[in-house]
Design a protein around this ligand. Structure first.
Ligand SMILES: Cc1cc2nc3c(=O)[nH]c(=O)nc-3n(C[C@H](O)[C@H](O)[C@H](O)COP(=O)(O)O)c2cc1C
Length: 195
């Protein structure tokens, strides 16, 4: 398979770890879209599983054990989708901690952003993440998917009540992610990144 047809490894980061969180409902919708694509191979990192990562960024046997389960899924990724809710006009602290524990794993790779929240649909969290990922030499994808009043957008079975617009937005976003993912993978393989 050449670089135009080989599937890219994409790691979806589920960004909330709040007790009683709504995140898994949106994540299920997103993971279905990624799984349905022949051009993407899915890995998942759930911030809810990263609770043993210290927020002091202090190395320790416990931190190493936690990183051993997380870092390979970031370093092996060609592309990322970060799913974030909005907390107080930004993204959750647990997601920031996961991001900050890593550096080169994000570098010269594309990041697509999916958000949910109240009235603003998590868009302020998305704009904050764009600044963070720019500092990490990652490229955020222009198109996003956002769910305002997310709880009311899904039914009791966790299915979207009106899927047409979000489904179309997800396709556009993932198409762009694949374009960037292929382009940057090829570039990384051709020449070292100028960091
Ligand atoms: C601490 C906290 C702060 C929040 N702040 C905002 C906010 O600024 N804007 C917004 O639209 N929604 C806000 N919300 C609503 C959340 O985005 C919404 O409840 C979402 O489902 C949270 O994701 P989670 O359930 O996966 O944790 C906030 C929720 C919490 C718990």
């Amino acid at each position: 398979m050449d670089t135009d047809t080989a599937p890219l490894t994409v790691t979806v980061v589920i960004g909330s770890n709040r007790h009683g969180r709504f995140g898994p409902v949106v994540a299920d919708w997103l993971l279905t879209h990624v799984n349905d694509r022949a051009d993407l191979t899915l890995q998942v990192v759930d911030v809810a599983d990263t609770g043993r990562l210290p927020t002091t960024l202090a190395p320790s046997p416990e931190a190493s054990a936690a990183l051993a389960a997380i870092t390979p899924k970031l370093s092996s990724a060609d592309a990322f989708v970060v799913l974030t809710p909005e907390y107080n006009h930004s993204f959750p602290a647990g997601l920031k901690n996961l991001i900050d524990w890593h550096y080169t794993e994000w570098r010269a790779k594309p990041v697509a952003l999916v958000s949910y929240g109240g009235l603003a649909g998590g868009l302020r969290a998305v704009e904050h993440l764009r600044q963070v990922f720019a500092e990490l030499h990652a490229v955020t994808v222009r198109d996003t998917v956002s769910f305002h009043n997310a709880g009311a957008s899904f039914d009791d079975r966790g299915l979207l009540k009106d899927p047409s617009a979000p489904d179309a937005a997800a396709k556009a976003m993932l198409d762009q992610l694949v374009w960037w993912g292929r382009s940057l993978k090829e570039a990384r393989e051709t020449r070292p990144y100028a960091a």
